[in-house]
Design a protein around this ligand. Structure first.
Ligand code: GLN
Length: 194
C-alpha cells in the first residue's frame, strides 16, 4: 500500500515520517502522474492560499479532484481548508468536502494552542476514552457541515467542529503529525484499507 503526501508546501515531511514509522510506503506528490497507484493521499498544513496557487500552477486541481472522487484524502489544517467547498472567500480549493470553514479562526492573540480532544472514533476499539492531544497552529474551524458529513471532534470550550469525515474524505483543523500519538494516522490507514 502506497500513500502519497502532497509536497508543494507545508509540513509534508512530518506526515511522511509518521507513515514510515508505521511501516507504510510514503511518497511525495508534486505532479499529476505521481497520483497514479496511490491508495490514499494526505494534504498537509501550511498556507492554504499558497497551496491553492501552487496546485493551480502545477495543474493539480483537476487531477486531485478526480483522485478524491474515488480514493481517500485526509487534509490537515491548510489541507482541510483546501478540501472544503466553502472557505468564505475566493481562493482555489478542491471543494470535495461539504463543509464551510473559517480560516485563522482563533485570531492573533491565541493563534496557536494545544488542547485535549475527545475523539470517540479513535477510542471505539479499546473502549478507553484516552483524549487526543491536538496542536492548533493558526487553525481554521468548521462552521457548517452538510448532511453527509460526520463530525469526529469538537473543541471542548466552544463546541466548534475541528475534525470531520465525509465517506473516504477526512479533515482535521489540527496537526496529528506533530505529536507522537499516531492514532489519527492509523485511523486514516484503516479508512484506506476498508
Ligand atoms: N492559517 C493557515 C491557512 O489559512 C493554516 C495554518 C496551518 O496549516 N497550520 O491556510
Amino acid at each position: 500500500m502506497k500513500i502519497g503526501v502532497l509536497a508543494l508546501q507545508g509540513d509534508f515531511q512530518e506526515h511522511i515520517a509518521v507513515l514510515r514509522r508505521l511501516g507504510v510506503e510514503a511518497v511525495e506528490v508534486r505532479l499529476p502522474r505521481e497520483l497514479e497507484g496511490l491508495a490514499g493521499l494526505i494534504i498537509p498544513g501550511g498556507e492554504s492560499t499558497t497551496l491553492g496557487k501552487l496546485a493551480s500552477d502545477f495543474e493539480l486541481i483537476e487531477p486531485l479532484r478526480r483522485f478524491g472522487h474515488s480514493a481517500p484524502i485526509w487534509g490537515t489544517c491548510a489541507g482541510m481548508i483546501f478540501l472544503a467547498k466553502d472557505v468564505g472567500r475566493d481562493q482555489p480549493t478542491l471543494g470535495l468536502m461539504n463543509i464551510r470553514v473559517a480560516r485563522n479562526a482563533f485570531g492573533r492573540q491565541v493563534e496557536s494552542f494545544e488542547t485535549d480532544l475527545d475523539i470517540p472514533a479513535l477510542t471505539r476499539d479499546n473502549g478507553i476514552g484516552r483524549p487526543f492531544h491536538a496542536v492548533f497552529i493558526r487553525a481554521p474551524v468548521i462552521t457548517a457541515v452538510g448532511p453527509e458529513v460526520e463530525v469526529l471532534a469538537r473543541l471542548e470550550a466552544g463546541g466548534q467542529p475541528v475534525a470531520a469525515r465525509q465517506g473516504h474524505l477526512l479533515a482535521t483543523a489540527f496537526h496529528p503529525e506533530l505529536t507522537p500519538d499516531d492514532r489519527f494516522h492509523r485511523y486514516f490507514l484503516e479508512l484506506v484499507q476498508s
